[in-house]
Design a protein around this ligand. Structure first.
Ligand code: BTN
Length: 264
């Protein structure tokens, strides 16, 4: 596929961008490149995905030319415990990029969904590999999907009521390519301050996160528990109060949430 992403000429990641008309999943391709030693800042973009993946084994609908489907390889080289906020940092970068291109800032549904007008605009899938020798993170792949030009009928019927695009929600004709350039710049910036500006990054995340203060259903396997969300901690953990008054922090690993009366 012809390269159409314009970064400032001397940008360190400019020559690490790989384009494909279609891939099963940009995350899978980026993970394979990372395992072969690809440099930090290696970016994989596809015009469509046939097997786009989301959190918790879900699929991510990725039709041709309508959305941005991008994955980036990072090499933070630190202990995995220092990267608990990585998905949150990627969400902030994605909100910054969307705001830059459209003038509209999405909100975030904990932990990884981008929201506009109460519907899902996109999502983030973060995957890590830890070296068995050093115990340090060998690579991290952040995959981001953002719906740009979809009309309602471009989504499968079963998600039409919960999914949206920049065009549908805000009337903005932001192309996947222009959003890709903004997103790469934002990911580069946030990667450079991932470990040094964690407090600031998480402060922004909490401001963008619409889940804070809501009553939601905690979903863990078959178990559903109603909780009130008190806050998001500095590792991205969700601080919740259970009906019996007990307060606890849950991590995103095996848990997702949904609203008491619907998606949010
Ligand atoms: C989610 O909704 O839970 C996360 C969706 C993440 C989708 C993006 S699209 C680019 C990258 N490749 C994938 O297979 N998934 C991510």
């Amino acid at each position: 596929m012809e390269q159409k992403i314009y970064l400032p000429g001397d940008h360190p990641w400019q020559n690490r961008i790989h384009f494909f008309d279609t891939l099963p999943s940009t995350n899978d391709y980026a993970k394979a490149l990372a395992a072969q030693g690809a440099a930090e800042g290696t970016v994989v973009i596809a015009g469509s995905q046939s097997a786009g993946r989301g959190r918790m084994g879900r699929s991510f609908h990725a039709p041709e030319g309508l959305g941005l489907y991008l994955s980036v390889v990072l090499r933070p080289g630190c202990e995995p415990g220092k990267l608990m906020h990585l998905t949150c940092a990627a969400a902030v970068a994605a909100c910054n990029a969307v705001e830059h291109c459209s003038g509209i800032r999405p909100q975030i549904k904990w932990i990884n969904d981008l929201i506009l007008e109460n519907k899902k605009l996109g999502g983030i899938l973060t995957e890590l590999s830890v070296s068995s020798k050093t115990g340090l993170v060998d690579w991290a792949v952040i995959g981001i999907g953002i719906n740009c030009l979809h009309r309602k009928q471009d989504f499968p019927r079963e998600i039409q009521s919960i999914a949206t695009s920049l065009l549908q929600a805000a009337g903005c004709s932001v192309t996947p390519d222009s959003l890709a350039a903004a997103l790469i710049l934002q990911l580069f910036a946030i990667n450079s301050e991932l470990l040094t500006k964690k407090t600031e990054i998480m402060h922004t995340y909490r401001q963008d996160c619409l889940t804070v203060g809501r009553d939601v259903m905690l979903l863990q396997g078959e178990v559903q528990t109603p909780v009130t969300v008190l806050d998001v901690d500095f590792d991205g953990g969700l601080m919740v109060r259970f009906p019996d008054g007990a307060v606890s922090t849950v991590c995103s690993g095996e848990i997702s949430i949904r609203g008491l009366c619907g998606y949010l």
